[in-house]
Design a protein around this ligand. Structure first.
Ligand code: XMP
Length: 610
């Protein structure tokens, strides 16, 4: 029988960073589990330590999420972070008030007492990352201040007798210098055994798959991406290939030649019974006349389930004998608003309502749902998947459908003129940016919330000066609320400038996807040939219904990003001369009038445009 790990619970109050707490604890070699805020006291008894996460709410709001206060009497070490800090203070008799200035971003944290979670730090100041408006104004009895910042004199507190600690800043983000040390000391205080590793995870997961699936069989969608392939290999290890029906759905939104390539990869990895289902016609039909991104995602997710049901009935798969397997990883769950207190950024295809219903009924198995991409890749390597497959760029479940922007009619920004004028005025000293707010929108994320706003196109003379572009892009998105992306002109057909533009209405058609596939192929070849694969974490190619210096044509956006966990990302700065050459090649595709380069980090822009 598999020996179980000592575990630390992370109670999730909806911060985009809650998952990072769990990830950091695993890095410290302790198993961590994310639990909803309504977790029962009985359930919590099984944990060696409890971390209460941050979250977007205010503890004083009438509907603020809360905890059963008996948690503080369990005798288990507790660490409250941000919202968790304020909630702990409030529930134990302290006070939390609206702050005067709040703290957003980096600040200086001074260690006042070298005790509890701070005992391994020095009596000095450290840079920490904070993001809050409310502040604690009175401590509950039994607590003392152990650290402070210039704007918050109760930045870190401790009740040493009860082993309860709280911090107003975020120890889980890399910008907090002493963050990992604080978490490491907390782990030390919990006395949890440090026995978590990728190998131990694999063994534990295999045991848990065997237990959960019982004598049933698993029906699994394989997308060809890293996540579902690794999930599949884990299931095969646990149950054997015969008990898994792996199906790859060709939605029509795959990359050029993708279906054949995936079949070949999986055959190399030893998968023999992959079933390919051609659903191209059904998808194009279902998405006819659909323009809204969330609507697209919903239809695509629902169709996946419909196909599953259809195949299940064709194959006479009895639903009592089968459960559904998925390669969901943690960022998918959090971004879909899938955790109780988080805002919905976008619906990932594996978190549509019907899937949620299956999850509630326990008819689903997602062996990677707590992991991050880097961890999933390590699991894949250990399971012997081909290198080329494990290190593939991530590709979204809905595929090119969310990279093909659809539009029924222009959607102008009422503030466009004002924004363009202000930008011209502010930056004209340095150089003419030729700003144009485009009458389309794309999805972004800001302060844990979804945005759906306009891209701003710029065409400065010194296009390739990354230092300059890196600086102005966030300045623009911070300052102008109707803009959540900045894109750079790389090439147009007949001019160096944007003389005119118009929108070209269109939904998801085969013709448009074909155009996008051609451009995407050129981009992927470029990245491979130029050996940018390590530099570029993912590079969506996006089709925009915008015609530059012409009518009835479209445009392409290149979106190379660097990231580790997909929760945050920076746009990648590639050799601009080479990018320009690529731009010219893309312009040779019929119907493409311009090529742009996305200069937006995440936040404020998500990696994908929809
Ligand atoms: P965003 O666009 O939210 O993307 O910054 C974060 C990461 O998730 C991928 N992505 C998806 N993956 N199903 C998936 O399996 C989806 O519906 C989906 N949407 C986005 C995206 O490509 C990036 O790596």
């Amino acid at each position: 029988m598999e020996e179980s790990f000592d575990k630390i619970a992370v109670i999730d109050f909806g911060s985009q960073f809650a998952h990072l707490l769990a990830n950091r604890i695993r890095r410290l070699k302790v198993y961590s589990e994310i639990l909803p805020s309504d977790v029962s006291i009985e359930q919590l008894r099984a944990y060696k330590g409890i971390i209460i996460s941050g979250g977007p709410a205010s503890v004083n709001a009438p509907s603020a999420p809360t905890l059963d206060p008996r948690i503080y009497d369990l005798g288990i070490p507790i660490l409250g972070v941000c919202y968790g800090h304020q909630l702990t203070m409030k529930l134990l008799g302290g006070e939390v008030q609206k702050g005067v200035v709040g703290e957003y971003g980096l600040t200086k944290f001074e260690v006042i007492k070298k005790v509890g979670i701070l005992k391994n730090l020095k009596l000095q100041t450290y840079q920490v990352y904070a993001s809050h408006f409310d502040t604690v104004s009175k401590l509950p009895s039994g607590f003392s201040v152990i650290g402070s910042t210039p704007d918050d004199s109760f930045s870190a507190t401790a009740n040493l007798a009860k082993n309860i600690y709280t911090v107003q800043f975020h120890p889980e983000v890399t910008h907090t210098e002493c963050g990992l040390k604080i978490l490491d000391t907390f782990v030390e205080l919990t006395r949890a055994k440090r026995d978590w590793s990728i190998e131990a995870f694999i063994n534990q997961e295999i045991a848990s798959i065997i237990e959960k699936v019982g004598d049933k069989k698993v029906f699994l969608f394989i997308s060809g991406g890293v996540d579902s392939s690794v999930a599949y290999m884990l299931l095969v290890k646990a149950l054997g290939e015969e008990r898994i029906y792996a199906m790859y759905v060709d939605t029509g939104f795959m990359r050029q030649g993708e279906t054949e390539e995936i079949q070949q990869f999986l055959r190399q990895a030893g998968v023999k019974n992959l079933h390919v289902y051609d659903a191209k016609e059904a998808y194009f039909k279902a998405l006819k006349d659909v323009y809204d991104p969330e609507q697209k995602r919903k239809i695509i997710g629902d169709k996946f389930l419909e196909i599953q049901r259809q195949v299940a009935s064709e194959l006479k798969l009895n639903s009592d004998e089968w459960i559904l397997g998925q390669g969901t990883i943690y960022p998918d769950t959090i971004e879909s608003g899938g955790t109780k207190n988080a805002d919905k950024i976008k619906t990932h295809h594996n978190r549509v309502p019907e899937i949620e219903a299956l999850i509630r009924q326990g008819k689903i198995i997602e062996p990677l749902k707590e992991l991050y991409k880097d961890e999933v890749r390590s699991v894949g390597e250990k399971l012997g998947l081909p290198d080329k497959m494990v290190h593939r760029h991530p590709f979204p479940g809905p595929g090119l459908a969310v990279r093909c922007l659809c539009l029924e009619e222009p959607f102008p920004d009422p503030e466009a003129e004002q924004v363009e004028k202000a930008i011209k005025q502010e930056w004209s000293q340095e150089q003419d940016l030729q700003p144009v707010v485009l009458p389309i929108r794309s999805v972004g994320v800001q302060g844990d919330e979804r945005t759906y706003r306009h891209p701003l196109l710029i065409n400065p003379i010194f296009k390739h000066e990354w230092n300059y572009l890196r600086e102005i892009s966030p300045k623009i998105t911070n300052r102008f609320k109707s803009v959540n992306r900045v894109i750079l002109l790389v090439a147009t057909k007949n001019s160096e400038k944007v003389e005119s533009f118009s929108v070209t209405p269109g939904y998801l058609t085969k013709e448009r996807i074909l155009k996008l596939q051609k451009a995407d192929k050129l981009v992927m070849n470029f990245i491979e040939q130029e050996d940018f694969e390590n530099k570029v974490w993912q590079c969506p190619t996006v089709l925009l219904p915008i015609s530059i210096n012409s009518k009835g044509q479209e445009s392409i956006v290149l979106r190379p990003v660097s990231s580790t966990e997909a929760m945050t990302a920076n746009f990648t700065e590639l050799d601009f001369e080479k990018v320009r050459e690529l731009g010219k090649e893309i312009l040779a595709i019929p119907g493409i009038s311009a090529v742009f380069y996305d200069l937006t980090n995440k936040p404020p822009g998500t990696i994908e445009w929809e």
